[in-house]
Each structure stands twice: as structure tokens, then as C-alpha cells.
Design a protein around this ligand. Structure first.
Ligand SMILES: C[S@@+](CC[C@H](N)C(=O)[O-])C[C@H]1O[C@@H](n2cnc3c(N)ncnc32)[C@H](O)[C@@H]1O
Length: 936
């Protein structure tokens, strides 16, 4: 959410306070300017813009303080409707800050205004009330909003907590946007989505303000149990509350759509949100809706009023125009996306709730259909009744809807028209499964499938539903022992049971979709029972990878799918679009091995578009946006992505380990989505792909290895070093054992290690590591070091903090003064030994050569990422040293930097002259620069 709400509030309050501070303000008119600025600040963000104009001319109903004009009422510096046109968005009547009575009592003046202008926004600067007409033409109090309850509180509002001011700023902005748009025609889905999101945000604010929700405690536990997750900490609590609000609003909106469709075009009946629960056809939503929407629960949360306003907004929609434009196939882009973008952008980002662009969905579903036919010998592909399909993170249901489309087309092409409706409906209910965790996309998935079926002449009847379930896709896959758990909300039991049946029993052979990206902080992963542990096995011991990152959420979805197809179904297809980090990132070496062992064929479409690796540029420097960047979501995502399709044809006995054939191709530039779709032509699964050769030597890299084909046979820095390279030292004590001045450091550490000086004194003087930090108790640390060591000049070392920034540090191996003291490094660094410092991974594209010789101990972050220091002389003991790479024989340093566009490791090759390599040949290839050497 932008901070413009907070800015508006700050500017408004600052100006109000300034006017008051002159000591010459009248109670009402002196503050007009501040209010006018506020209204115009909000009006500027609306389309068309709304302009607040002060002291409008008497148009037969007195002088309202402001008129609210739409920009469209003005053209070429003149009023479109001629002089005296009524302000399209109503008028504003201002009262003194201390006046209260107008809020509850009618005044003739206000009645006169609403009768003439249709809408009056009344304000005493701290409270706002909208007065309009009811359906019978009578005055009616509409939405109200208060910054503070009293004028004294208003003047001290600026001193409130930051969080409170942020909330108030957004709430004020939301309220005024609605007030200034109240009379605007409501015809477009985007506008209605924004309006409902604005009410939903208000509802969320009110729920969040109720510190604990005893009324909802059982709903919370019931939901945790039914979904198979635990809402941990504040973020989990937020997720829970957001879930409730989404359910309420999507419930009401769905009910309204259903109700509106049943109305005659010019009917004047009004929609009653209280009856919404009755018309909701998806049991999970109906149950949750009913749980939340009971008067006993809504009342204390202050939600009845907001839902009344929401119902009122829905009744203002021009239904004919709305449904004409609410192209059903586009409900996602026009309604769902804008709703979520406005309602809870942070949660949306955390859960990776981006809908998948239609071209990608189309491409993947068609490829899966082709693979079923060609690779698994299922002649009718997705249309075969034996094919069970799962999208474990189905969002708005795009993949399921597309699969239904493919099935429909196939059946019709086979002249099966009579059976199409029956087969489609059966497929949607019995073999196309979807899981989703968020109610908003879940509801939309049901709409989309429902609409497709209705268009195909196979509408779902009253007790039928599509097989899309609200559930946590990452839990509940393993059979549990003991009696079946009874749910606290028994109404949710059928949903949970159905989802578990899919997870445990149904023979799924296709798993496809677009898994979310980030690990969501608020949901406890404990329930996942160590899902990705198998992907960590051997990372350290076999592959020497000390730091790895398998936290991206898609990894867990990949594991769920791999386990299901390889270990249960024993045959099938996975097709995911995801981050492409698994293709070559060292952390994923075990993942790749699993895939190579469990599947027979792998196809990778690298879709590039990564901000870090290539800066979103093609090899020729053209823009290379993410495939998720669409006209509706221009920003897309930062990560490079790939479509990976993995096929297991059956039991793999007799096959060698890691036997899968891998084929790879890539797409670049702004037309990737269209190019992908075009590549379907010809129906050849392999066209345009080239085989790659993942082997243990290249850490099972799925990517092609570039022009230096023998590259992986060349020894790397580590292989050539006589001793294991060192990781740098880690100091996390706010720099206290480090200084640019040797004497100053010595003086400070001498005091710190002087047992006659108390810890309290050191703390007051801030000498040495005396500050509290997480898991660092400074007093206990000092006691510990005093027991073991005295101050020693010998412990002052030269310390390379960053390239070209060498300081002094006081080193001690007594933990936890240093977080990672690395005593071996300390010994190796004595006597001016040199190190060649580099790192294993490129950090960014075209970063130059990340290596330098250093004659000091160094910080772990010296080269930003974890770096390694290879000693040029290796001490074995004090008197004996092994000449590894002696400083006097400065080695010929050679490097291959992996071509910028074919990402991977940055490798350093180091050849001491003595061992026989002399000639170096530089070779320039089309893709970049490689160095090559020849033994002589
Ligand atoms: C990238 S979106 C999928 C978009 C979908 N293909 C579409 O076009 O709408 C990922 C979805 O996974 C859902 N999700 C995240 N964590 C989940 C979980 N643990 N179980 C089920 N769904 C989850 C998110 O709510 C989100 O809707």
C-alpha cells in the first residue's frame, strides 16, 4: 500500500496545527485551506480527478462551503455544462471543530443541500459524515469516519504512535476516496473491486484493532485444523484475520453476482447482504461465512456497519453496464487482481499470489496433454477419464479451467457432442483437483470453473461442486495412525476429508501449476514434517555446500509433487512454472539428483527475466522482462523463471542412477509468452530443445555449459590449493574489537581485559563488546574471556574488512567475543602470509573479477557474499611449512568467468608455473571471454 494516506494526514494535521498556532484562527473558516488541500489531495488520485472548489455560488440552495467537481465537468478552461452546473460529486459543509450536534441532528441547511445537490459531506475537521438520499428519496446518513472523538484529542493526534498514524492515514484516505466517488457511476469491475477492497481494508483494520478475538477463537482453531496449518505469531494472526475478511467480502460479492444475474434488467429490488450465506454454493465458503457473519460475532467487531455500506455500494452498481463489461473469462484480471492488490498487497506478495498469464497456462496444459499422449501412451490425453490432475496451488483455477477447455475441444472434435456436458461436469467434480489456501482466489476458482461448465451446457446443480478445496497443500499427505481426528467445526469436515483423499488415495498422474515463491512467515512449517529434508541430505558432507538456501516455497511444492509421482503413483507428469534457481544453483544439487533419478525425461524452458543474473536484459542488451509482467501487472516478478516438465514413464528398475534425459531451451525478450505459444505448433515435444549433460562433476547442472566445453574438467581454485581454503572471520559486536587506529584499539582492549575494571564501568564508557545483542550476553562473555586470557599485543592483527579497507582487530578465540573467531585462519595469517580471496558464486551479472590477493585476516563478508581465502603458504606447525603456492613464485592466475548470460559459478583456475603450465591462450567467443591454457 502506498504511503500517500499517511502523507495526506501529516500534511493536513501540520497545516491545521500551524493555523491554530497563529492564535488568530476562527473556529471554522480559518482552517478551510487545510481541508481544501486534503480534499484535493485525495481527488487528484481519482479518475476522473475530483476538484474541491471553495465557496461556490448560490445555486438556489445557499452557499455550501465546497463543491466537488469531476474533472470531466471542465474542458478547455470552461465548464462543460455551462456556468452554474451542479458539482457532480456533491458538496461539503464545514462546521467548527468543537461543534458536535450536527452529527446526530438534522439541520435545515444540510437538508436543503442534499435536496439540491444529492450528497453532502459534513465535517468538523475531525469527523466526517456523508448524507445522501435513500431509495425513497429521503435523507439518509451514509458512511461516517472520525479521526478523533474530541477536539483536544485532535490537537495531540500528531504525537500518536507511528503505526496508529499510518493506519489512520490510510483509513482517512480510503474514506475520502469513497466519499468523493460516491456519486460516480459504478459500471466497471475494476472500480467495484477497488471499492469492495476499500471496505474490506476497513473491516480488517477494525478486526486488527480488537486485540484478541474471543468470539472468533473457535473459528481460528477450527480453521487451523481444517486447513492443516498453524497460524504462528503476529503474521499468522494477520493471515487468519485476512482470511475471515476475504471470506466475508468474496461471499457477499459472489452472492450479489448470483442475485443480480437472477434479476430482470430493470428490476428495482435491492440486494440484502444478510441473506448472502444462503446463496453461497461452495460449502467451505458458506460455512466460514456463516461462522463469521453471525450478528453475535460481527457486532463486537464493528463490522455490521461496514457490511451495510458494502451492500449499499453493490446496490448502486449499474448492473446492466457492469455485467456487459464483466467479461466472464476475465473476472480474474478485472476483479480479483485489483481487489487483492488494494486489499492486502503485503500478504499477496508473501503468499506469491500472482495469477498465471493465460499464454503460459495454455502452453503448459497443451504440453502436458501432448506428453500424456506421446510419452505415457494415453491416447486421449487429458480427456481420458483415467487421468487425474492436480494443481496444488490453483489460485484462481486457471490451469484447471484450461484443462477443461482442452478436454471440451477434444471431445467435440471426436464428435462426442452428446457426452461433452456430462464428461466435463464429471471431470470437474471427480478428476480435476485444485488446492488453495486463500479464500479470495479459492472463490474465484469456483466461479471460473462454474462459468466454463455453464457455457459448455453443463452447469453444476445444487449439490454439486468442483473438486477445488481450501486446504494447505503442503500438509496432510501422509496417512496418520489412530482414530480420525474430529474437527472443531464439523461443517468443515467434508472439505478436509475430500482434500485428504486426493492427497493420500487418488492415483494422480498429472501435477501442474505455478507454485508460490516465498516462504510465508506466519504459517508454521512444523506441520510439513520435514518436507524438504531429503533435499538437504549430503549437501554438506558430499557436496561441501555449507550455506544453502532451499527456503523458496516452490521447493516444497516440487518435493510434494516429486514424492507423489515418484513414490506413490510411479508414473506421471509434473509441469511447474517456477523460479529457475533449481536449474543450476548449488543449493539445489540434491534436488536435481532426485529429479534425475525419479524421472525419465525432463524438459526445461528457461524464460529468463531475472533481475540479478542478467539485469533483465537479453544477451544483446534488449529488455528482458519477467513473463509475469503483463499489462495488468507491469512490474512482474524479479526472479528468472522456467517451465519444467518432468516425466516418469513407469517403474525405473534397471535404470542407472540419475538417468533422466534433460532437454533445454530458452526464451528471451518481450515476446516470450507469444513465442512459447508459437512453439506448440507442429506438436513435437522436442523441437527447439538441445540435450544437456548433468553429471556429478558439474553438480548436475541442468543448463548447457557454454562454449568452454572442457571447462568442467579444469581444476578449480580449491582443487589446486594445498590446504582447505578458509572462511573469513565473523564479528557481530558492532565493530567493537576493530579499529582503523592500532593504538586506540590496543588501549580500548587493554581496558576491556583489565579485571580490575567492572563491567558496569565498561558499559557506561562503551568500551569493548558491551552491548546486548541477540544470543549475546556481554557480561557473561567478558567473564568468560577474563577467566581464560590476558590482554596480549600479539592478538592485534591486520584485518581486511572490505577490499581496500584494511583495519586492525583484536582477535581472541574465546567465544563469543567473535561470532566466528576461526583460530586456524588466525594462525595461517601470521607472519604476513598471503591469501588469494575469491568466492564460489557470482553475485551479479558482469560484476568483474571477484578476486584479490590479501595479506591479512579477513572478514567473512569481505567480498560481500561468503568468501574463501586460499593461503599461499600453508603452515603445518610453527616450524614447518608446506609450500603450496609460494608468494615468491606468484602463480599465473587464470580465470574463467562463466559467461554472463550462462549463469553459474565463477571459477578461478590457478596454475603455479612450477607444475608445468606456461602458455596461456585467451579466447574470445561470441558469448563472452574465456581463458584457455595449454600445458607445455
Ligand atoms: C502463483 S499463485 C498461482 C496462480 C494460479 N495459477 C492462477 O493463475 O491464479 C500461487 C498460489 O498458491 C497459493 N498458496 C500459497 N501457499 C499455499 C499452500 N500452502 N497451500 C495451497 N495454496 C497455497 C497462493 O495463495 C496462490 O494463490
Amino acid at each position: 500500500m502506498s504511503d500517500s494516506g499517511r502523507e495526506l494526514l501529516d500534511t493536513y494535521l501540520a497545516r491545521m496545527v500551524e493555523v491554530r498556532a497563529t492564535g488568530a484562527a476562527t473556529s471554522e473558516t480559518s482552517y478551510y485551506g487545510a481541508l481544501e488541500n486534503l480534499l484535493n489531495g485525495v481527488g487528484r488520485e481519482l479518475r476522473p480527478r475530483v476538484i474541491a472548489n471553495g465557496q461556490i455560488r448560490n445555486q438556489g440552495a445557499g452557499h455550501p462551503d465546497f463543491g466537488l467537481y469531476a474533472q470531466s465537468q471542465i474542458r478547455d478552461g470552461a465548464p462543460v455544462g455551462g456556468a452554474g452546473a451542479i458539482p457532480e460529486r456533491g458538496v461539503v459543509e464545514v462546521k467548527g471543530l468543537t461543534e458536535e450536534t450536527w452529527f446526530t441532528a438534522e439541520t435545515t441547511q444540510i437538508s436543503q443541500y442534499w435536496a439540491h445537490y444529492g450528497l453532502v459531506l459534513v465535517s468538523n475537521y475531525r469527523s466526517f459524515l456523508l448524507i445522501g438520499r435513500d431509495p425513497n428519496g429521503q435523507p439518509r446518513r451514509l458512511e461516517a469516519f472520525a479521526l478523533t472523538e474530541s477536539d483536544s484529542a485532535f490537537w495531540s493526534l500528531r504525537q500518536s504512535e507511528e503505526d496508529q498514524l499510518n493506519q489512520l492515514g490510510h483509513a482517512l484516505q480510503d474514506y475520502l476516496r469513497r466519499a468523493l466517488s460516491y456519486l460516480a457511476p459504478l459500471t466497471r469491475a475494476e472500480d467495484l473491486a477497488w471499492l469492495l477492497a476499500s471496505y474490506a481494508r476497513d473491516a480488517l483494520r477494525r478486526i486488527e484493532a480488537s486485540a484478541d478475538l474471543p468470539a472468533l477463537a473457535n473459528v481460528r482453531s477450527g480453521l487451523e485444523q481444517a486447513l492443516g496449518l498453524r497460524f504462528d505469531d503476529a503474521k499468522g494472526e494477520h493471515f487468519f484475520r485476512s482470511t475471515l475478511v476475504q471470506t466475508l467480502f468474496y461471499g457477499i460479492f459472489s452472492a450479489w453476482v448470483q442475485w443480480a444475474r437472477g434479476q430482470a434488467p430493470n428490476a428495482t429490488d435491492r440486494f440484502d447482504w444478510h441473506a448472502a450465506g444462503w446463496t453461497l454454493s461452495v460449502p467451505m465458503v458458506r460455512t466460514l461465512f456463516e461462522q463469521v457473519a453471525t450478528p453475535t460475532r460481527l457486532g463486537p467487531l464493528g463490522l455490521v456497519e461496514i457490511l451495510d455500506w458494502t451492500g449499499d455500494a453493490l446496490n448502486r452498481v449499474d448492473r446492466n453496464a457492469f455485467f456487459e463489461g464483466f467479461d466472464e473469462g476475465r473476472a480474474v484480471q478485472y476483479f480479483y487482481e485489483p481487489f487483492l492488490a488494494h486489499f492486502d498487497p503485503a500478504l499477496r506478495k508473501q503468499l506469491g499470489v500472482w495469477y498465471t498469464p493465460p499464454e503460459i497456462v495454455h502452453y503448459m496444459v497443451e504440453r502436458v496433454d501432448l506428453a500424456l499422449r506421446e510419452e505415457l501412451g494415453i491416447e486421449n490425453g487429458l480427456a481420458d477419464p483415467s487421468v487425474l490432475i492436480l494443481d496444488p496451488c490453483c489460485g484462481t483455477g486457471s490451469f484447471l479451467v484450461e484443462a477443461l477447455r482442452v478436454i471440451e475441444t477434444r471431445l467435440r472434435s471426436q464428435g462426442e457432442d452428446a457426452l461433452v456436458a456430462h464428461d466435463l461436469s464429471t471431470a470437474a467434480r471427480e478428476r480435476l483437483f485444485g488446492f488453495e489456501l486463500m479464500p479470495a482466489p479459492f472463490v474465484v476458482a469456483h466461479w471460473q470453473i462454474g462459468m466454463l461448465l455453464a457455457h459448455a451446457g453443463a452447469p453444476l446443480v445444487s449439490d454439486q461442486r468442483a473438486a477445488v478445496y481450501l486446504t494447505n497443500a503442503l500438509t496432510g499427505w501422509q496417512d496418520t495412525e489412530g482414530p480420525v481426528e474430529q474437527l472443531l467445526l464439523p461443517e468443515l469436515q467434508p472439505e478436509r476429508d475430500a482434500a485428504e483423499r486426493v492427497k493420500r488415495a487418488d492415483p494422480i498422474i498429472v501435477i501442474l501449476g505455478n507454485p508460490p515463491y516465498n516462504a510465508f512467515a506466519g504459517i508454521s512449517p512444523q506441520e510439513e514434517e520435514g518436507l524438504v529434508e531429503p533435499y538437504k541430505a549430503g549437501l554438506r558432507s558430499v557436496w561441501g555446500i555449507r550455506k544453502y538456501n532451499l527456503d523458496e516455497l516452490y521447493t516444497r511444492f516440487l518435493r510434494v509433487a516429486e514424492r507423489r509421482i515418484v513414490e506413490r503413483s510411479n508414473r506421471g507428469i509434473i509441469c511447474f512454472i517456477s523460479s529457475y534457481s533449481y536449474l543450476s544453483d548449488p543449493s539445489f544439487v540434491v534436488v536435481r539428483r532426485h529429479l534425475l533419478e525419479g524421472f525419465d525425461r525432463i524438459w526445461i524452458d528457461s524464460l529468463n527475466g531475472d533481475s540479478r543474473e542478467t539485469g533483465k536484459r537479453t544477451p544483446t542488451g534488449e529488455p528482458d522482462p519477467s513473463v509475469f509482467s503483463t499489462p495488468f501487472n507491469r512490474e512482474g516478478i524479479k526472479l528468472g523463471t522456467a517451465v519444467g516438465m518432468f516425466i516418469r514413464r513407469g517403474p525405473t528398475e534397471g535404470q542407472s542412477d540419475a538417468h533422466a534425459q534433460v532437454r533445454y531451451r530458452q526464451f528471451w525478450g518481450g515476446h516470450k509468452r507469444q513465442d512459447l505459444v508459437a512453439s506448440l505448433e507442429g506438436g513435437d515435444l522436442n523441437a527447439g530443445f538441445a540435450a544437456t549433460t548433468p553429471t556429478a562433476a558439474n553438480r548436475y547442472n541442468f543448463r548447457p555449459l557454454g562454449p568452454a566445453s572442457d571447462y568442467d574438467n579444469w581444476p578449480d581454485l580449491i582443487a589446486l590449493a594445498e590446504a582447505e581454503p578458509f572462511s573469513g572471520l565473523a564479528e557481530m559486536r558492532r565493530g567493537s574489537p576493530i579499529d582503523t587506529d592500532r593504538d586506540r584499539l590496543a588501549g580500548r582492549m587493554q581496558r576491556y581485559l583489565d579485571p580490575t575494571i567492572s563491567f558496569g564501568t565498561l558499559k557506561t564508557e562503551q568500551i569493548g563488546p558491551v552491548g546486548d545483542a541477540s544470543r549475546f550476553d556481554p557480561e557473561a562473555a567478558r567473564t568468560r574471556v577474563l577467566l581464560r586470557e590476558n590482554y596480549s599485543q600479539q592478538r592485534i592483527i591486520r584485518y581486511s574488512l572490505l577490499p581496500l579497507d584494511t583495519r586492525y582487530a583484536y582477535h581472541t578465540k574465546v567465544r563469543p567475543i567473535w561470532n566466528e573467531p576461526r583460530p586456524e585462519f588466525f594462525s595461517a595469517a601470521r607472519d604476513g602470509n598471503r591469501f588469494l580471496v575469491s568466492r564460489m558464486m557470482a553475485e551479479r551479472p558482469q560484476e568483474g573479477l571477484p578476486a584479490l590477493p590479501v595479506t591479512a585476516s579477513l572478514s567473512q563478508r569481505q567480498l560481500r557474499a561468503t568468501c574463501l581465502a586460499c593461503p599461499l603458504v600453508v603452515p603445518i606447525c610453527r616450524s614447518r611449512r608446506v609450500c603450496g603456492l609460494r608468494a615468491s613464485q606468484m602463480p599465473i592466475l587464470m580465470l574463467i568467468q562463466r559467461l554472463p548470460k550462462s549463469p553459474g559459478f565463477t571459477r578461478w583456475l590457478l596454475f603455479p608455473r612450477r607444475v608445468g603450465f606456461r602458455k596461456i591462450r585467451l579466447r574470445f567467443s561470441v558469448a563472452g571471454l574465456a581463458y584457455h591454457c595449454q600445458p607445455t
